[in-house]
Ligand binder design. Structure first.
Ligand code: GDP
Ligand code: IMO
Ligand code: MG
Length: 420
């Protein structure tokens, strides 16, 4: 049996915290897409840890953590992350498995990401510059190197061949940064990766499922950044939605049971691209400040705005969301008035659907107003103690989406969560 947990907005919904909280109920935690563009924040013994490549179940002893074939893997980031978790007494080598079909991010992918962004000028995607796009391009373009190739004696030759191809592309961009230092680290990290548990991911996970083990598939980014259904071209390069779990791990759709969709009680986005409910004035600034909305991977300030039910409804539809987890609800504690976007004004009419190309469609968000609860909820642990105004806010979202909020997160710590 497989449950999925993924982001319903533009990423950073708090997936890492929720996976860490859910992990005790599962045997395997598996990442199925994305790469080091992800930054999943956990609080372990009061200390903040940001994970980019390792699944967020790693702090639970005796749980298997799998990096699935749908991920693009940066060996250097992975190696650094091993050191990070080992400071907490966790031996990554014991519980971490890597699928051999997982594609590798090469130093030249990072260079290409940078060169491509520079060439776009004002139209840049706002990529994390981790090499994600170029690595996925080499996968679909049938050029890339995979984790299984590390074990091949011709790995370096294959690397040089691809590196030369990349150089020709870099030359065409007129990009000539020296990446030899990155290459040095890369080969050290490749040596380290050879000591890890590299497995055939699809047999590995299906055997476990057959034995009755429970899998939690951990999404990265968010549904609105999905390469097909996101706000193209301002998206990432992977399938961030539940369908990506099948191709990203090698499991059949009927194995999937619950799809947990994570959303903030408001909305954020980092990088370029459309964001209909974005607040440019003081309220947006307040959300950023109280919510500490700065990127976990790049440190960039996140753009902030009200919750967008049109986009959430769309995300619930394409993912088949069965349960919603609402995070960062405590951030709204001190807001007197709250707004909820219930339709888009497009060409003078009201629409409840997401347009084909949001980036080229002027949208005026229509809001319903709600009174804020003006109460500190961070210490509350059960539904009955929540303020009435908050219950109404959540009830409205439940009704609009037709999917119930099963958990409310009211602080960054593992214990700060309320079951509904
Ligand atoms: P992810 O990428 O979806 O895992 O999310 P990030 O880790 O990038 O961003 C979420 C941020 O919100 C992190 O700093 C978390 O520690 C924090 N966070 C998660 N849940 C809550 C919550 O319920 N309340 C508050 N105040 N912070 C939260
Ligand atoms: P988590 O898993 C928020 C955004 C980038 C950029 C676009 C493309 O922490 O939620 P890429 O590096 O993938 O080529 O960037 O996607 N982006 C994210 N935004 N959270 C993330 O991951 C993101 N990963 C990528 O800012 O706009
Ligand atoms: Mg993040």
């Amino acid at each position: 049996m497989v449950d999925v947990l993924l982001g319903l907005q533009w990423g950073d919904e708090g997936k890492g915290k929720i996976v860490d909280y859910f992990a005790p109920n599962y045997d395997i935690i598996a990442r199925f897409q994305g790469g080091p563009n992800a930054g999943h924040t956990l609080y372990i013994k009061g200390e903040k840890v940001v994970l980019h490549q390792i699944p967020s179940g790693i702090f639970h002893e005796n749980k298997v953590n799998l990096i699935g074939n749908g991920v693009v893997l940066d060996a250097v980031t992975l190696k650094k992350e091993f050191d990070k978790v080992s400071a907490f007494g966790i031996d990554g080598r014991k519980n971490l498995y890597v699928a051999e079909r997982t594609h590798l991010i090469l130093p030249s992918h990072r260079a290409l990401d940078k060169a491509s962004e520079i060439s776009k000028g004002n139209e840049k995607i706002g990529s994390t510059l981790k090499g994600i796009g170029p690595a996925y391009m080499d996968k679909t373009g049938r050029n890339g190197l995979r984790v299984g190739d590390l074990l091949d004696k011709n790995f370096t030759t294959q690397y040089i061949k691809l590196r030369m191809k990349h150089q020709r592309l870099l030359d065409s961009f007129g990009f000539n940064d020296d990446i030899s230092e990155w290459e040095e680290e890369f080969f050290e990290a490749i040596e380290f990766m050879r000591t890890l548990k590299i497995v055939n991911g699809e047999y590995f996970i299906n055997d476990k499922i057959r034995e009755g083990k429970k899998v939690l598939a951990e999404g990265a980014q968010g549904s609105m950044l999905d390469v097909d259904f996101g706000t193209f071209p301002f998206v990432t390069s992977s399938s961030t939605i539940s369908a990506g779990v099948c191709t990203g791990l090698g499991i059949a759709p009927q194995k999937i049971k619950d799809v947990y969709g994570v959303t903030k009680a408001y909305c954020t986005r980092v990088g370029s691209g459309p964001f209909p409910t974005e607040l440019h004035e003081e309220t947006g600034e307040r959300l950023r400040k109280i919510g500490n909305e700065f990127g976990a991977t790049t440190g960039r300030p996140r753009r902030c705005g009200w919750i967008d039910l049109v986009a959430l409804n769309f995300a619930c539809m394409i993912n088949g969301v069965t349960k919603i987890v609402m995070t960062k609800s405590d951030v709204l504690d001190a807001f007197e008035d709250l707004s909820v976007c219930t339709s888009y004004g497009i060409d003078g009419r009201q629409d409840k659907s997401v347009p084909y190309q949001m980036s080229k469609t002027p949208i005026t968000p229509h809001y319903e107003q709600f009174p804020g609860w003006m109460t500190d909820i961070t210490k509350m642990r059960d539904l009955s103690s929540l303020p009435e105004a908050m219950k109404q806010y959540i009830h409205f979202i439940n009704e609009y989406l037709g999917v119930h909020v099963s958990h409310i997160s009211n602080g960054p710590e593992r214990e700060q969560i309320i079951k509904c």
